[in-house]
Design a protein around this ligand. Structure first.
Ligand code: PGA
Length: 245
């Protein structure tokens, strides 16, 4: 399976900037064997999807509601993302968990809703700095996997240590190898054979300079890239560092 290189644009870019960034990525994607995904703000999803129409770059959302419709002011439902051109959706990002109080249970409900809408969920897990300092990182991630993933699970898991997000600090290759092997074991334990093929992305300060070594670690199925995904050439350089599988 080729690796998946996903750009999480977070709350960046006005509409014209988002479309230009998408076009620049598509224009440079020739020869990239990794799968490419960009996740703009939901507001620009349709415009970005239109700009990427006919290219190999796919589009995803950054969150969705656990209901398919209803009286939920300001929220966005999975079917709306699909309708706007998304094929995937990031769920349970640590910024959602921290800033919006999202629990494992809510993330699981959102994951079920996303799959029901026809989207592939990318469910994020990861420990904070204190948890890692206390040696609890695998315990924390194990609980997040158990709580956030529905059974059966058809989607992608992203391991994003919170202390590495937007900080310029990356987990070492050894840290990543240990955690991704642990996540693989947990997925197989919880989901049987299906857990063998779930892609596990690494995220947290991935950039062109460290991508090749991180993407070569066993059980790393790609990268979830924040800051570096806002620069087309940097994002493409990460994609070119990916393994073709
Ligand atoms: P970063 O963000 O690459 O800027 O660290 C990653 C993420 O939050 O998905």
């Amino acid at each position: 399976m080729p690796q998946l290189i996903a750009g999480n644009w977070k709350m960046h870019c006005l509409a014209a900037e988002a479309v230009a960034l998408a076009r620049d990525i598509a224009a440079g994607a020739a020869g990239v064997t990794a799968e490419l995904l960009v996740c703009p703000t939901a507001l620009h999803l349709a415009a970005v999807a239109q700009a990427l129409n006919g290219s190999v770059v796919t589009v995803g959302g950054q969150d969705c509601h656990q209901s398919k419709q209803g009286a939920h002011t300001g929220d966005i439902a999975g079917p709306m993302l699909l309708d706007a051109g998304a094929t995937r959706v990031i769920l349970g990002h640590s910024e959602r968990r921290q800033n919006h109080g999202e629990t494992d249970e809510l993330v699981r409900e959102k994951t079920v809703a996303a799959v029901a809408a026809g989207l592939i969920p990318i469910v994020c897990v990861g420990e904070n700095a204190d948890q890692r300092a206390g040696g609890q990182e695998t315990e924390v991630v194990g609980w997040q996997i158990a709580g956030s993933l529905p059974k059966p699970f058809t989607g992608v898991v992203a391991y994003e240590p919170i202390w590495a997000i937007g900080t310029g600090k990356t987990a070492t290759e050894e840290d990543v190898a240990i955690m991704h092997a642990f996540i693989r074991d947990e997925l197989v334990r919880q989901f049987g054979d299906a857990g063998q093929t779930v892609r596990i992305l690494y995220g947290g300060s991935v950039k062109a300079a460290n991508a090749a070594s991180l993407l070569a670690v066993p059980n790393v199925g790609g990268a979830l890239v924040g800051g570096a995904s806002l620069n087309a050439q940097e994002f493409l350089a990460i994609a070119r560092a990916a393994q073709s599988g």
